[in-house]
Design a protein. Structure first.
Length: 72
């Protein structure tokens, strides 16, 4: 499996899980970039286990700080 295939499969697993669980919030482009950034950073460190990549991206997304806007 190539790195691009691994990246795509890991992203797809994470995205489908977050989408089906209702955890995707806000702008989907930003969410996708967040997930891909996490996967990319782990791959740069040598990680090649698809489920570990996707699960780490899911956990990072779930634990990310949320921006809260206050209405006046």
């Amino acid at each position: 499996m190539t790195d691009l295939e691994l990246r795509a499969q890991s992203f797809e697993i994470a995205w489908k899980y977050l989408d089906r669980s209702g955890l995707l919030t806000g702008e989907h482009r930003e969410a996708a970039q967040f997930i891909l950034n996490r996967i990319d950073r782990m791959m740069l460190r040598g990680e090649r286990r698809r489920l570990l990549l996707s699960n780490a991206a899911i956990d990072a997304y779930r634990l990310r700080p949320h921006l809260v806007t206050l209405d006046a």
